[in-house]
Design a protein around this ligand. Structure first.
Ligand SMILES: [Cu+2]
Length: 165
């Protein structure tokens, strides 16, 4: 019966519209996220790490790099920031606070431990997030160990479904 089908379709449309109207535009408040700079990974047998080494933020969130252990810093990597995002360069043992506004992919390293592949990624969700994905991913790194680390980070980002709008 065509009439009944039509009515049922209308009901389904109406309930979907109601659900969309009830859903908040942003279901989260602005947050402060911490990344620790550590001599030892808390669970794995890896030395000199950012923990966690992949962190997902929303625009407006604050990210703090905490110098839990000494001898580390955090420095953004050229070519691994979204357009319009500020670069950063922390001193050794310095806590660095970023106010994340621009969606996209941010790569960073610890300078004293570049050779040990101490590196990490920040993913800021939102419109235009994917704009710098390929550019950030295609930056080449030295030494080889750092390249392998960034390759592994991007693999994990893809596995976690973060490389999608
Ligand atoms: Cu370090």
């Amino acid at each position: 019966m065509p009439f009944m089908m039509k009515r049922r379709q209308l009901l389904m449309t109406a309930s979907a519209a109601t659900a969309a109207a009830l859903a908040p535009r942003r279901a989260f408040a602005q947050q402060t996220l911490d990344v620790e700079m550590l001599n030892r990974h808390p669970e794995e047998r890896i030395n000199m790490v950012f923990y966690p080494d992949i962190i997902v933020a929303q625009p407006g969130d604050t990210l703090r790099f905490i110098p839990t252990d000494r001898g580390h810093n955090t420095v953004s990597v050229d070519g691994m920031l979204p357009d319009g995002a500020d670069d950063w360069r922390g001193g050794i043992n310095e806590e660095v606070e970023l106010n994340l506004q621009v969606p996209g992919f941010y790569g960073y390293v610890c300078q004293p431990h570049v050779s040990l592949a101490m590196a990490g990624m920040i993913v800021v969700e939102g419109d235009g997030k994917m704009d710098n994905y390929e550019a950030a991913k295609s930056v080449s790194h030295r030494p080889r160990r750092l390249q392998d680390k960034f390759d592994a980070l991007f693999e994990q980002i893809e596995a976690d479904g973060l490389a999608a709008t």
